[in-house]
Design a protein around this ligand. Structure first.
Ligand SMILES: Cc1cc2nc3c(=O)[nH]c(=O)nc-3n(C[C@H](O)[C@H](O)[C@H](O)COP(=O)(O)OP(=O)(O)OC[C@H]3O[C@@H](n4cnc5c(N)ncnc54)[C@H](O)[C@@H]3O)c2cc1C
Length: 379
């Protein structure tokens, strides 16, 4: 780690960051990096994207594609701005998906809300009550359903469901299709180059050839700057099934469980395993997920299992991403999106473009700036 220390900084500080960098090196071809590359290139920068492996195969490929500002962030108290950011990004998704579809020819499978958040016992009811209070605090309408009303909305639900909340803002997307579409758009773009299988060990190595560096390396970003050492891997496992006959058509949440019907499969997720880098799914945990899903939608119990897989989310302890410039250096970062990286990709790309090329940040962006992590090592 010594080479990332303060002694190494002058290499990046000289010359200092000049607004409107023309040549940008971007580390990490996940949804965050690719969306940023696209937006930066559209705004006139030349972007070279480096990925340590096959581009687009990190957490962004493993995710379930939920776009869930209400469920994920409405009751977050530490950073109320997280909800606003999530909601703004959910509102950007229809346009982002349409532009992506038209530029790539790939349908990103965007489905607007509503989703249903459900209660089957006391614990899940407490979660719904907190969620409703959070939505009210943010001035959002709250729409409760009795169990029978929830069944009217989604016919495959079990009669164990006692109540529900309609989450108008929460939709979903096919994240794998989105990543494929972003790769097409970036590869076709005259100002973007993608270099797969090219790990970057130190952003400072890129300082000679580029005006600025943007770190979007998911959970592995933690080794690319001392500011990011608190970034944790948070493992997750999930599965997909094919239902013959009546399949659920609504996106469903209950506690940590979600059921996300896609065009050709139903995704069921996900475990949350802080500190764990899941390299492959654990069969026992996958069985448990399917069994829990079956308590909510009995038809899922016997459904043919298509795939099970795992991934690693990048998360800080407050679950809030870090987006911005590291001190006054030429290194920027956009990572730590935890469970919301798919949701937040459009607004992250917009904010990064404003920060790097627009010459200034909106006031609220300070809440996401790297300075919140460790002011003592910021320059
Ligand atoms: C099981 C699971 C379910 C999830 N479900 C959802 C969901 O429903 N909705 C949602 O919004 N979010 C979800 N997430 C979270 C979301 O997937 C992440 O927040 C998001 O994908 C992070 O994107 P990223 O581009 O930062 O990281 P990644 O997609 O991981 O991309 C990082 C890239 O950086 C590359 N890289 C790493 N180190 C280096 C290096 N040194 N040099 C060059 N390249 C490097 C990697 O190879 C990788 O391709 C889920 C995540 C998981 C694991």
């Amino acid at each position: 780690m010594a080479k990332f220390g303060l002694a190494a900084k002058p290499r990046l500080m000289s010359p200092p960051f000049a607004p409107n960098p023309k040549r940008i090196a971007l580390i990490g071809a996940g949804i965050v990096g690719l969306a940023c590359a696209w937006y930066l290139a559209e705004s006139g920068a030349d972007v070279t994207v480096f990925d340590a492996g096959e581009p687009g195969r990190g957490a962004s490929y493993a995710a379930a594609g939920m776009l869930a500002p209400a469920f994920e962030a409405a009751s977050a108290s530490l950073y109320p701005r997280l909800y606003d950011f999530c909601l703004a990004s959910a509102q950007s998704w229809p346009d982002f998906a349409a532009r992506l579809a038209s530029a790539s020819g790939i349908d990103p499978g965007y489905q607007p809300g509503p989703s249903l958040a459900l209660a089957v016992d006391d614990a899940s009811l407490i979660r719904l009550t907190d969620l409703a209070a959070g939505l009210e605090k943010h001035g959002q309408p709250v729409s409760w359903l009795r169990g029978a009303e929830a069944l009217d909305c989604e016919r495959t639900l079990s009669t164990r469901v006692t109540s529900g909340l309609v989450l108008a803002s929460d939709g979903q997307v096919d994240n794998r299709a989105v990543v494929s579409a972003l790769l097409v758009v970036c590869r076709d773009h005259p100002r973007v180059r993608i270099r797969g299988w090219t790990p970057v060990n130190d952003p400072l190595d890129l300082a000679e050839d580029f005006d600025a560096v943007l770190i979007c390396a998911g959970w592995k970003s933690r080794v690319l700057s001392p500011v990011l050492v608190q970034l944790q891997p948070i493992g997750g496992q999930l599965l997909s099934v094919r239902v013959t006959g009546d399949a659920p058509t609504t996106t469903l949440r209950c506690g940590d469980l979600y059921i996300a019907p896609k065009s050709d499969r139903v995704v069921i997720g996900a475990t949350i395993e802080p500190g764990r880098v899941c390299s492959r799914p654990d069969p026992g945990m996958i069985d448990q997920l399917q069994a829990r899903a079956a308590l909510l939608c009995p038809v899922l119990g016997e459904a043919e299992r298509l795939e099970s897989w795992s991934g690693v989310r990048p998360g800080f302890s407050d679950h809030v991403p870090v987006i911005g410039q590291i001190g006054q250096s030429r290194v920027f970062v956009a990572t730590g999106h935890h469970r919301n990286g798919i949701l937040l990709a459009p607004e992250t790309a917009k904010l990064v473009t404003e920060l790097m090329l627009g010459g200034g940040a909106p006031d609220w962006a300070g809440g996401f700036a790297p300075g919140r992590l460790n002011p003592s090592i910021m320059v």
